[in-house]
Design a protein around this ligand. Structure first.
Ligand code: CAA
Length: 382
């Protein structure tokens, strides 16, 4: 009978080999051509990587969160665009369904998601509702046994490539607004009439991931496609984001780790003034600081994951992990470009992609400023 440690080692090793053989060699080309590799995601799905933390009774792998972060780090080190495409699916819609789905919703949506047959995403933001997510304006109106959704969502990962989106819209009425408690979550198949993903955004980084707006035009859904309770959608989204932010922590660590690995190789080979630049103390100190921050970011994210596995509330720790890892990724990739010098600024060398990919980790799933708000609010609540 394999122990939990054996399972962790096997799963992480499988992810590492997959990332080395089937992701990393192609990541630069996907980035250049903004190609979303659905076939590779499907292959990951067949191996169970779209149901990593989904309980086994719902066809998932039932992994703990620490193992999940280790897998995401491996995939992110190879290509963080792919890591976010599967990270969102595993963290947010999956968590929402596991926690709040009915038995029928779990049978119909969660099981095929965990088996890798359906790819899912999450749409909270709108053009005028980014950090202030509760101010969103898309609206659902009850019509007998149906809800009719109208509005527009923005910057949703997988919006144009997912089979299923979890969409947050208002279900309160204009004359009785209820703020955050006026928002509900709907399970929306992307082939529904009235669902239209916009043209994929032309992004600075993560160019192989699909990010798009969504138009909701008289999208009619049976009432049983509302998730959980009416008016609780914002809370469910925040809970999902607690898990999502841990994943972004692992994504940041993966990006930074790759930048360090490449820098170590480059500095050992690159000769100036008659010796390898790795022999200069200024370079050694930079590498030492990069490695130390990465180790600290990983430890913080894994500690938060262990708290989640122990059933603790992780809102505070997920924000700390995301904040620190994303700022580490940005700092480490900036140092890597500096170490590579002129080569680092060129598309032909891989560190500029890591730098571009790192930036969004400080923005999406809550900006660094929002993480500081969450952290300081938690501290003041004691
Ligand atoms: N878990 C459970 N409940 C939570 C919660 C959490 N983590 N955070 C808040 N809530 C609850 C609160 O307890 C409150 O309920 P009660 O009134 O019953 O106490 C309710 O939700 C409203 O909370 P707040 O009053 O704190 O709400 P707020 O309007 O002040 O907003 C915020 C708080 C932290 C700033 C929040 O708006 C936020 O996180 N903003 C950033 C949004 C974000 O991360 N967007 C990313 C979108 S996803 C993405 O990036 C795209 C992608 O695909 C990658």
């Amino acid at each position: 009978m394999p122990t939990a440690t054996d399972v962790r080692e096997q799963v992480v090793e499988l992810a590492r080999e997959f990332a080395r053989d089937k992701i990393e060699p192609f990541a630069a080309e996907w980035d250049r051509t903004s190609h979303f590799p659905r076939d590779v995601i499907d292959e990951l799905g067949k191996l169970g990587f779209l149901g990593m933390c989904t309980p086994e009774e719902y066809d998932g792998m039932g992994l703990d969160t620490v193992t999940y972060l280790m897998v995401l780090e491996e995939i992110s080190a190879a290509d963080s665009a792919l890591a976010v495409s599967i990270g969102i699916h595993n963290a947010i819609p999956t968590t929402m369904l596991v926690r709040h789905g009915t038995r029928e919703q779990k049978e119909r949506w969660l099981k095929p998601m965990a088996r890798g047959e359906l790819l899912a995403g999450f749409a909270l933001s709108e053009a005028e509702a980014g950090s202030d997510a509760a101010s969103l304006r898309s609206q659902a109106i009850k019509d007998g046994k149906h809800w009719v959704l109208n509005g527009a969502k923005a910057w949703a990962t997988n919006a144009g490539t997912a089979d299923l989106m979890m969409i947050m819209v208002r279900t309160d009425t204009p004359n009785a607004r209820r703020g955050a408690k006026g928002i509900s979550t709907f399970i929306v198949p992307t082939d529904s009439k009235g669902y239209k993903a916009a043209k994929p955004e032309d992004k600075m980084g993560l160019r192989a991931s699909n990010t798009a707006g969504i138009e909701l035009n008289d999208l009619r859904l049976p009432a049983d496609q509302m998730l959980g309770e009416e008016g609780m959608g914002f809370v469910y989204a925040m809970e999902g984001l607690d898990s999502g932010r841990l994943g972004i922590g692992a994504q940041g660590v993966g990006i930074a780790r790759k930048a360090l690995e490449l820098s170590l190789m480059y500095c050992a080979e690159r000769k100036q003034f008659g010796k390898a630049i790795a022999d200069f103390q200024a370079v050694q100190f930079k590498l030492a600081d990069m490695a130390t921050r990465i180790e600290a970011a990983r430890a913080l994210a894994q500690r938060a994951a262990a708290r989640k596995d122990a059933g603790e509330d992780i809102t505070l720790y997920a924000s700390m992990a995301k904040l620190f890892a994303s700022e580490t990724a940005m700092w480490v990739t900036t140092q890597a470009i500096q170490l590579f010098g002129g080569y680092g600024y060129m598309r032909d060398f891989p560190v500029e992609k890591l730098f571009r990919d790192a930036k969004v980790t400080e923005i999406y799933e809550g900006t660094s400023e929002i993480q500081r708000i969450v952290i300081s609010r938690s501290l003041s609540k004691g």
